[in-house]
Design a binder for this molecule. Structure first.
Ligand code: AMP
Length: 352
């Protein structure tokens, strides 16, 4: 167990690192951030910021030496340098390796009984033709690595779109996914402690705009069978990976049950509602898990909770948002409000 008073190293210094640092501080820990940028949202609320490249093994080792335990808030970190560190690290880098590659991730989920959309590996233009033949259209071509918020994706309405789609994703190794006619999108956040204890928060209904999460609400109005299937897969994933910490899983809800979309081995944007809306937030439970403390209750704190992301200019409405006394406003301290940039979020709890 890493007792309060110790220093937690967080790799990545964005808003997730910021909210993790705040939760850690509540439990009496200090956080040190390691990130390639000179500063970031986590800088204002952490004890130390170390600027270093994710591939700089020596700098990472020096950082690891200066902290008691390490976690990460960003999944596109090279795995090998992390594996060279001797300081305790959670979640295990094998979770990163699995989630960083869409093909590895889907094969893993399928092997443990989960159901992704029909998919095929595309390593060349010829593969794309074969994949279209196999899966049909409409379909989505996604880069295997480094995709997020709908980036690195191209939609194909029909086979003649293949050239354009292949060019649009930069001729990179990819997967072709069948288009899922989903009724809604939801996510499930799961946490696993060092002792193997597992807890899930209520599934979250998510609405995306331009591929970016806009609105999350709980409860998600899903059938009990769908919730049970989503939970079972989540529990299998964390058990199979011997996972420690919070993991976010995105699903499509269909008439035939939940379809696995993707997972993130870290705290997740669709779990921000848990800060005020659950007995224990995803951030606090992640810190508890990483430090080997008992997990806190994941029960919902209100009959209905809503979390809205503030994207780009929307954060400029902070004064109007605060005119609602029930609104919990979170701003991430990012300077420039560029289009598509997550600047903050607002959570509201509803009691009737
Ligand atoms: P992703 O980055 O893979 O989560 O994709 C971003 C968004 O694109 C998702 O949240 C969905 O709204 C949509 N999307 C992704 N994959 C599919 C699919 N196979 N079928 C239908 N919509 C999809």
């Amino acid at each position: 167990m890493i007792a309060p008073g110790a220093t937690i190293g967080i790799i990545g210094g964005g808003q997730l690192g910021r909210m993790l640092s705040m939760a850690a501080a509540n439990l009496g820990y200090r956080c040190a951030i390691y990130a390639p940028e000179p500063s970031g949202p986590a800088a204002d609320v952490s004890a130390r910021w170390v600027q270093g490249d994710y591939e700089d093994v020596d700098a990472l080792k020096a950082f690891a030496h200066s902290v008691d335990v390490i976690t990460y808030e960003f999944e596109n970190i090279p795995v090998a340098p992390l594996e060279a560190l001797l300081t305790p690290l959670a979640p295990h880098p094998r979770a990163l390796a699995t989630a960083q590659d869409r093909a590895t991730e889907k094969a893993f989920v399928q092997a443990i009984g989960g159901r992704p959309a029909p998919w095929a590996v595309v390593s060349s233009r010829e593969d794309l033709d074969a994949a279209i033949e196999l899966i049909g259209t409409p379909a989505i071509l996604k880069t295997r690595r480094f995709g997020y918020d709908g980036k690195g994706q191209a939609r194909l309405k029909a086979a003649p779109d293949a050239d354009e789609a292949w060019a649009a994703i930069g001729w990179q190794p990819a997967v072709l996914e069948g288009f899922v006619n989903f009724e809604r999108e939801f996510s499930l956040l799961v946490v696993r402690g060092q002792d193997g204890a597992v807890a899930t928060w209520d599934p979250v209904l998510n609405v995306h705009e331009d591929g970016i999460l806009a609105l999350s609400t709980v409860p998600a109005a899903l059938s009990p069978e769908t919730v049970a299937a989503a939970k079972t897969l989540a529990e299998r994933i964390v058990a199979e990976l011997d996972y420690v910490g919070v993991l976010g899983i995105e699903y499509f809800d269909t008439a035939a049950g939940p379809i696995f979309n993707e997972m993130a081995p870290r705290v997740h944007n669709s779990g921000h509602w848990t800060i005020e809306g659950a007995v224990t937030s995803q951030f606090e439970n992640h810190i508890r898990a990483v430090c080997g403390l008992p997990l806190g209750s994941t029960a919902r704190a209100a009959p209905r909770v809503e979390m809205r992301n503030l994207i780009g200019d929307q954060a400029g409405d902070w004064d109007m948002i605060l005119s609602d006394p029930a609104a919990h406003l979170h701003l991430y301290g990012k300077g420039q409000a560029r289009p598509g940039r997550k600047m903050g979020h607002v959570t509201k709890l509803f009691f009737e």
